[in-house]
Design a protein around this ligand. Structure first.
Ligand SMILES: C[S@@+](CC[C@H](N)C(=O)[O-])C[C@H]1O[C@@H](n2cnc3c(N)ncnc32)[C@H](O)[C@@H]1O
Length: 323
């Protein structure tokens, strides 16, 4: 097991995971190829339907065997095979589905004669429906009652997000986050919501299809252990570089007012709150709500100052340079 921990490994995830004797993963995030003809460097993404379903069954089973009894298993999948994934999980692997999430994204691919596809399914399964990690404080966000209507009945700890996630855009070619060497990369903020809610510090997060390394990148930022696997040696080499860069950025940031995880959380809360930067930094009441929600998310008894918060938000969003 130690040879998998905090490593990104080149190889077939089914073979590698079937060779592990003891469950070690607290959380698994799997984003397999969707069998829709994407161009990966090694894997051919156009298999016969029966072959693809059988392969799906095999990797899901291999993942289940290394998932701890209290573990959570998230699977991203397209329309074509969502039904099969849910049936394999529930009927064969006896997993319990806690949420069927729709990730609705902007910047989807354009079409000419049908509506453009703009969503992905994300299943959230657990092994034991009574014993799992779910940190609600880490994902609650200010409600419209708080932000817009100033309604005194609003819950001061914010509201739980819906199961349709519309706040995370696809990672397009022009985004700073984009790793140009991989064709389909998940947004870090989406992974951050999953990792923050369904794991605790130092837990192990496994991604059997690590691709550009997103899951491991976010796990490192949030102080979790990780294990990533990809069949492409070249993706693994590049993902390793991405992780090394993040680790060095984190050690360079150590002396700043906000820690690396705090900076990530400020970015995520800003996007999830949906406020414009101009409104947020100019409105003392909104800033206060934002800062208090942030403090709940961090769960660390630290006092945060709204004025300092405004200046870090401006810096993180580049607003200072634009205005
Ligand atoms: C949809 S991509 C994952 C993207 C990833 N979530 C990210 O954010 O970059 C699927 C990945 O699965 C890899 N893959 C395909 N078959 C595999 C297998 N049998 N074992 C491990 N990885 C595999 C592909 O090389 C590809 O990088």
């Amino acid at each position: 097991m130690d040879k998998l921990l905090n490593k990104i490994i080149a190889g077939d995830c089914i073979e590698i995971l079937n060779g592990v004797k003891k469950p070690f993963a607290d959380l698994i995030f799997a984003d397999p190829p969707f069998n829709i003809g994407y161009k990966y460097d090694k894997y051919k993404d156009s298999r016969k339907k029966e072959h693809y379903i059988d392969w799906t069954r095999q990797w899901m089973e291999a993942c289940c065997n290394v998932l701890k009894p209290s573990g959570s298993f998230y699977i991203a999948i397209g329309d074509d095979y969502a039904a099969q994934v849910k049936m394999i999980a529930e009927d064969e692997l006896k997993l319990f589905c806690r949420n069927w999430i729709i990730w609705h994204y902007t910047f989807g691919q354009q079409t000419k004669n049908k509506f453009a596809r703009s969503h992905t399914h994300i299943f959230y399964f657990v092994k034991d429906k009574k014993n799992f990690t779910f940190n609600d404080f880490a994902v609650r966000a200010p409600s419209d009652r708080q932000l817009i209507y100033k309604d005194k009945r609003a819950n001061s700890v914010g509201k739980m997000p819906d199961d349709v996630w519309s706040c995370y855009s696809r990672v397009c070619g022009t985004f700073a986050e984009r790793q140009g060497w991989h064709p389909c990369q998940m947004p870090e903020l989406l992974l951050a919501r999953i990792i923050a809610s369904s794991s605790n510090p130092s837990d192990c997060v496994l991604d059997p299809f690590i691709g550009s390394g997103t899951t491991a990148a976010v796990a490192v930022k949030y102080g979790r252990s990780y294990c990533g696997i990809d069949v492409s040696e070249s993706y693994v080499k590049n993902a390793d570089k991405r992780i090394a860069q993040i680790k060095s950025q984190i050690s360079n940031l150590k002396s700043q007012i906000f820690s690396p995880i705090e900076l990530e959380e400020i970015k995520r809360l800003f996007v999830e709150t949906g406020l414009s930067i101009a409104r947020l930094v100019k409105n003392a009441k909104l800033l206060e709500i934002f800062t208090s929600q942030f403090s709940l998310r961090m769960d660390n008894n630290k006092k945060y100052d709204p004025v300092q918060m405004a200046s870090v938000i401006k810096e993180l969003t580049g607003w200072d340079k634009r205005s």
